[in-house]
Write a protein that binds this ligand. Structure first.
Ligand SMILES: Cc1cc2nc3c(=O)[nH]c(=O)nc-3n(C[C@H](O)[C@H](O)[C@H](O)COP(=O)(O)OP(=O)(O)OC[C@H]3O[C@@H](n4cnc5c(N)ncnc54)[C@H](O)[C@@H]3O)c2cc1C
Length: 290
């Protein structure tokens, strides 16, 4: 492969403060996390690099991974593979499953969660799960730091709410106990983006046989994900398992109508899959626990 070195300027700072100061002066420079999304479609003989690149790879502060009793702290450049290597003592089975589904193992050695959440025009594979788990991102610029929940990382019309001089520096993921959960990729291929790629995330809590918390989201790699909190509350307080109850039928009908309104699911077959997974999960959630 030949490299198209039409003089891209690549800055590789070793400290975060240097990186932020440089980004302040070069707001339109492309941030390079693991580079796996940026270089994904570079199949030609020439590698087309953006004119100005800020590489985060040598910044130690961004490469930390920590776990407390209640949350996981992931530095923006920690690779997906490194998070996975932390193992079951650190990760929940749901998180491990979702991280494994982000990209092929060979790519996961470089790919980062920070990069996955920062893609401007698409909600990538981790987005629906981070949304549902109430994860939050630390955004830093030379001018200051702010924490933004993933639920607020995009506007209603899908625009990434990150300034051109801001970086995602850390992601905090609450480690709550969910009594049942599903992370499912639906579509022709296990990885990559095709017209039929969907991601469905379902989590719920049960107390004394009653549904006390329920969240679900669907991603289709567009700039928005599907989530409707009003629908999530419809079944709260219901006795489980729901089996073939009227409540469940009404819930599924409401979801179907809402998804049609959103024009979010590519085909009727995909719609059936989504509704089927929701139905099977909710009719007996006890089989999907940890
Ligand atoms: C074969 C293959 C299959 C793949 N399949 C999938 C898939 O199925 N699902 C999926 O989600 N992804 C997939 N990917 C894409 C990619 O691996 C992941 O999305 C990965 O998590 C991106 O992380 P990265 O660090 O490599 O991002 P990068 O490529 O470095 O960056 C992605 C975007 O985020 C910006 N950015 C990166 N880090 C930061 C930061 N800290 N702050 C601000 N902006 C930042 C970059 O400027 C760029 O716009 C695939 C890639 C390959 C090569």
């Amino acid at each position: 492969m030949r490299y198209n070195i039409a003089e891209p300027s690549i800055f590789m700072p070793t400290s975060l403060i240097e990186a932020l100061a440089w980004k302040e002066r070069n707001p339109h420079a492309t941030v390079y996390g693991g580079g796996t999304y940026l270089l994904w479609n570079e199949a030609g003989r020439l590698l087309h690099l953006p004119g100005s690149i800020l590489s985060l790879q040598n910044i130690k502060e961004l490469n930390r991974l920590g776990r407390t009793e209640t949350r996981l702290d992931v530095g923006a450049t920690v690779s997906i593979q490194r998070i996975l290597r932390a193992g079951p003592k650190v990760l929940s089975p749901l998180l491990a499953e979702a991280l494994e589904s982000i990209c092929p193992p060979s790519v996961a050695t470089m790919a980062t969660l920070g990069g996955n959440l920062s893609v401007r025009d698409r909600c990538m594979a981790s987005f629906p799960l981070m949304h549902v788990l109430d994860a939050r991102c630390e955004l830093r610029s030379f001018r200051g730091t702010r924490w933004v929940p993933v639920t607020g990382l995009r506007s209603a019309d899908g625009k990434l709410q990150m300034g051109t001089t801001e970086l995602i520096t850390r992601i905090q993921i609450p480690m709550e106990e969910w009594n049942f959960y599903i992370y499912r990729r639906i579509g022709t291929f296990p990885y990559g983006i095709t017209a039929d790629s969907l991601i469905l995330v379902i989590v719920g809590k049960i107390d004394r046989g009653m549904l006390t918390e329920f969240r679900f989201a669907i991603g289709n790699f567009s700039s928005r994900i599907y989530r409707n909190r009003d629908l999530e509350t419809l079944l709260i307080g219901a006795r489980l398992p729901l089996g073939k109850s009227k409540d469940l039928k009404e819930f599924l009908y409401a979801v179907q109508e809402d998804l049609k309104n959103w024009n979010f699911i590519p085909s009727s077959m995909q719609m059936e899959r989504i509704l089927h997974i929701l139905q099977v999960t909710l009719s007996n959630p006890f089989q999907y626990g940890s």
